[in-house]
Design a binder for this molecule. Structure first.
Ligand code: B12
Length: 505
């Protein structure tokens, strides 16, 4: 073995090109490892340009979703070296006890480029994979030769036990949460108990490249800190893996999947991170930030007033009220993200299991307007059995909301059935899935589903013109329809209409 010092752990964070922001999960693993005396380094892929990946910030501006970023050149600077060179040097010099990699389904292909490279060059170093994708699809990840161990579920306890055992030359056979390849045998332990989120250490962002703290917000890059205020999700949406995770943890008696953090602890975390990193912005990364009771809400507002930093979060439309928005605006609320998902109430309820009324959207957006606030509305298109007419229901409601409040932004995503979601099984049974796992990030406008070519092209055309339909008056619809076409005429029309919108804004 080379210069092995047995308290080192290297963590890999595969992330698409220029997708910044801090992963709370991996940062918490770094914190618990450090708390137990290990030295941690983190390697990310955010600034290695690749032919396969678009720069999402530009792609989003090009789709008229968000504003062009004014200070990108001086902030989100590309690496000059190649990913493999840097990874090789770091692994060789740091020579860790083992390497951990955090994986989402759309980042699995990036993770594989790293784990295969490491296995080839450093076969003696064990690699453990954890995160949402290994938890929801452990069999796929476990089959991969370059990955030795898979962590299912939350990793705080498992990774520390693994570090101790590897350092002491012990096997990993009995560690909860770990799936292990041991000779010809395989051991599949159940997930570890859910963590008490009041007691785990605050995420450690220190080991991340400082550029990962930079995130775009309304056309500018800011130094932003992620704050966790809850874990898990109590809802049953068919396009999300949370319901399956909840069942998995329940079946294995791991404790509650959905946990909220006390306001005291959230504020303590904010004060700690602000002191450490002096951010310009706070991002609450929980899935529905305002799903808290009134007493907690009032306590939060009172305490946050002392923080004195702008913030944004995602929340459900049903959680917005005038009283809450007024109070939040007073203490720095800058922006929100709201999952609209689909414009047709019936489709939304039956196919997506999102049961809210369109009226709630209008009320919410009016409230935001009253306080001169805007929000990003997340929309999805390209579901199985969705028709052009149904997509136009989504366009129509975004258009009406934009007419109410010109600060609204319409985010559009091509539907990607992540493994573990109910809709994934439905797509599979309809023969719509002909891949084992995704091999690119879904910012790609092409549907990953096995629809016929004609419908795939129509979806692609609607995707690129989505915001033209939302923002331009109906008298332009015939022209926009031309811009849907992937022909010389269509491309020219698309450029003209985009220019027209940009000039009129
Ligand atoms: C905040 C957030 C972000 C943040 C932070 C990203 C991150 N990786 O945490 C930002 C804004 C950067 C982001 C970006 C993206 N995100 Co996001 N994000 C979330 C969100 C809302 C919360 C994540 C979180 O903080 N969870 C809480 C922590 C504690 O849990 P955790 O991350 O799973 O980590 C625990 C375990 O998984 C495990 N673990 C994790 N890594 C490892 C590694 C090892 C070695 C071990 C042992 C264990 C282990 O231990 C951790 C601690 O308990 C989730 C929804 C969700 N509930 O997961 C979506 C989610 C993870 N995002 C998703 C997506 C698609 C993306 C993007 C690809 C979007 C895009 N095109 O830009 C990028 C990819 C960036 C990236 N490389 O992660 C999807 C992933 C879908 C899937 N099934 O794989 C999710 C699930 C939302 C969804 N649509 O369903 N995201």
């Amino acid at each position: 073995m080379q210069n092995s010092v047995n308290n080192r752990v290297l963590l890999l964070y595969p992330t698409p090109y220029k997708v910044t922001g801090l992963p709370v999960g991996l940062a918490t693993l770094s914190a618990v490892l450090k708390q137990n005396g290990y030295e941690v380094k983190i390697f990310d892929t955010a600034f290695y340009p690749s032919e396969k990946e678009l720069d999402q910030n530009h792609a989003r501006a090009d789709l008229l979703i968000s504003k062009e970023i004014v200070n990108e050149k001086e902030t989100l600077v590309d690496n000059v070296s190649r990913m493999e060179e840097d990874l090789f040097k770091l692994t060789k010099d740091f020579y860790p006890l083992f390497i951990g990699v955090s994986i989402l389904e759309p980042t699995y292909y990036i993770a594989l480029s790293m784990t295969r490279f490491i296995k080839k060059n450093f076969p003696a170093i064990k690699i453990i994979a954890g995160g949402v994708f290994p938890t929801l699809s452990p069999d796929i990840v476990f089959e991969e030769e370059s990955i030795d161990v898979v962590c299912v579920g939350e990793g705080e306890k498992s990774i520390v036990e693994m570090a101790k055992n590897v350092a002491n030359g012990k096997d990993l056979d009995d560690i909860r949460g770990l799936w292990i390849k041991s000779g010809n045998e395989t051991i599949k332990n159940p997930p570890a108990q859910m963590n008490d989120i009041e007691k785990i250490p605050h995420p450690d962002y220190e080991s991340f490249a400082p550029r990962l703290l930079l995130k775009p917000m309304q056309g500018r890059i800011y130094k932003m800190i992620n704050i966790e205020s809850s874990r898990g999700c109590p809802y049953i949406c068919t396009y999300c893996g949370a319901p399956k995770l909840r069942k998995y943890y329940k079946d294995n008696s791991c404790g509650n999947y959905f946990r909220t953090m006390s306001v005291e602890r959230v504020i303590e975390q904010i004060n700690y991170q602000v002191e450490q990193y002096k951010p310009e912005f706070i991002y609450f990364s929980s899935e529905s930030f305002l799903s808290m009771n009134d007493a907690d809400f009032d306590k939060f507002v009172k305490e946050y007033a002392k923080v004195n930093l702008p913030f944004w979060f995602q929340t459900r439309i049903e959680t917005i009220s005038e009283d809450k928005i007024r109070k939040l605006k007073e203490v720095g609320l800058f922006w929100l993200t709201i999952g609209l998902e689909h414009g047709n109430e019936d489709f939304r309820k039956k196919v997506l299991r999102r049961n809210y009324k369109n009226d709630a959207l209008f009320e919410g957006v009016e409230i935001l307007k009253k306080f001169d606030l805007g929000a990003s509305l997340n929309n999805i298109m390209g579901f199985p059995d969705e028709t052009r007419e149904l997509i136009f229901d989504t366009i129509a409601i975004n258009k009406k909301l934009y007419d109410v409040n010109k600060k609204m932004e319409s985010n559009i995503f091509m539907f990607t059935p992540y493994q573990g979601c109910e809709l994934y099984d439905i797509c599979k049974s309809k023969g719509l899935i002909n891949y084992q796992f995704l091999d690119s990030d879904p910012v790609d406008s092409e549907s990953c589903l096995n629809f016929d070519r004609k419908w795939k092209d129509e979806l692609k055309g609607l995707f690129r013109t989505f915001n033209l339909y939302v923002k331009l008056p109906e008298k332009y619809y015939t022209e926009i329809k031309i811009a849907e076409q992937f022909s010389e005429e269509g491309n020219k029309k698309l450029r003209e209409l985009k220019e027209f919108i940009k000039k009129s804004n």
